[in-house]
Design a protein around this ligand. Structure first.
Ligand code: AMP
Length: 391
């Protein structure tokens, strides 16, 4: 291990974006002895509350980004839609070990798919769709259903259309074309499960992967992460190998979250990448020797990567606006009952967001248990998520 560009405790880490991912990075990093400054347009942002300083400015403010650069020994980001001018400025005027190449790749579905394929990893069959005619041809080739997506700007299921028949082609094309970006059609993968693997790589090229998380979405928002995932050892190993391969071939520095589909016959297809800590990695906070946040900081600071071993079975449940009150009431009641050694140990994380809205991510809860079944029973019994049976 070389000591080049090793960023030692006492240094200041700049975070572009002040949301919950930045907050959890800063909370972890402070324990490791780092200082933090963050840039976010909302005063008192989740990360601003725990950083040494928050610059309040729009994400694309070149002037404020320059200020962030001046104050920081190293810069990272907590979302991928970083403005291209800002990314270029930061690279020029500061130290951004993650670089802007991976950002550029993952900001665009077509570029991302090509990069994954170039790394010799499988994605769902896809085609670029420049015209409604091309959509007609490609959907005939893939069969229905198939999924039309915008190349940029989509998240949590936005910018997507599941095409069920020929009759939807013109409307789907016209609607998604309004986004003003390229379109891509994907074959529909009849998956058995969705999983993700988070891989970390440091500038020296060391790579570690976290245990596979099985992810359940509700209304296109992550609802549960289940670890260990209910898949065979072979599939888990292959998923971790694929994530490591992507980290290596794309020369990732920091984290890359790799979302995949598992088919009933055990095939794996990568769906998408995120070049940052990921919601499906929040389980690592109490369930692994090292959290994804610590590993990310280790990677960008070029420290040795640490053990990702799993300490316990765990289910992570997202806490959206509508879940906060009933969950707090339930936890208070559980605590009042005073069980010394509960079978399921709940660890609640709240992000300090001022305004609680329906479907807004306000926090998450990690349920540590002997088995994932016990943790899932806890979720069902809570009756808070109205999604019993989704497991
Ligand atoms: P994405 O925005 O690409 O992460 O897609 C959101 C969700 O839509 C995924 O988590 C899947 O549940 C579903 N989905 C996306 N693409 C496909 C596909 N090609 N086949 C089946 N389901 C998909």
């Amino acid at each position: 291990m070389s000591a080049t560009n090793r960023i030692l405790p006492g240094s200041t880490i700049g975070i572009l974006g002040g949301g919950q991912l930045g907050r959890m990075l800063a909370l972890q990093g402070r324990a490791m002895g780092y200082r933090f400054v963050t840039l976010d347009p909302t005063p008192d942002a989740p990360c601003g509350q725990v950083a040494d300083e928050q610059l309040v400015a729009p994400y694309d403010s070149v002037e404020e980004a320059r200020k962030l650069a001046t104050q920081s020994d190293v810069i990272t980001y907590e979302f991928e839609n970083v403005d291209a001018d800002v990314a270029a400025l930061l690279e020029r005027e500061s130290y951004v070990p993650q670089g802007s190449k991976l950002l550029f790749t993952t900001q665009h579905r077509l570029r991302e798919k090509r990069a994954i394929e170039a790394a010799d990893v499988k994605v769902a069959p896809y085609r670029e769709i420049p015209t409604a005619e091309a959509l007609r041809e490609a959907s005939a080739a893939f069969g229905f259903p198939c999924v039309l997506k915008t190349a940029t700007g989509g998240y949590d299921g936005k910018g997507q259309w599941v095409l069920r028949s020929d009759s939807e082609i013109d409307e789907a094309f016209a609607t998604l074309s309004k986004a003003g970006t390229e379109l891509v059609l994907e074959q529909f993968i009849h998956f058995e499960r969705e999983i993700s693997v988070i891989a970390a790589r440091n500038p020296d090229g060391d790579i570690r992967t976290f245990p596979v998380s099985e992810n359940v979405h509700v209304n296109n928002i992550l609802h549960l992460s289940i670890v260990p995932a209910r898949i065979t050892q072979d599939i888990a190993q292959e998923a971790e190998r694929m994530a490591a391969q992507i980290a290596k071939q794309l020369e990732v520095v920091g984290l890359v979250a790799v979302e995949m589909f598992v088919t009933p016959d055990g095939q794996l297809y990568v769906n998408e990448l995120a070049p940052r800590p990921h919601n499906s990695g929040h389980y690592t906070m109490e369930a692994c020797h090292t959290s994804q946040f610590e590993q990310h900081l280790r990677a960008i600071c070029n420290l040795p990567l640490a053990s990702t071993a799993l300490l316990t079975s765990v289910v992570m449940v997202n806490v959206l606006g509508q879940h906060v009150e009933p969950l707090l009431a339930m936890l208070a009641a559980e605590e009042a009952a005073g069980e010394q050694q509960p079978r399921v140990v709940p660890k609640l994380h709240l992000y300090g967001k001022q305004e609680s809205k329906h479907n807004r991510k306000m926090g998450h809860i990690n349920l540590l248990a002997e088995s994932v079944e016990e943790a899932l029973d806890w979720v069902d019994a809570a009756g808070i998520w109205q999604t019993e049976g989704i497991r």
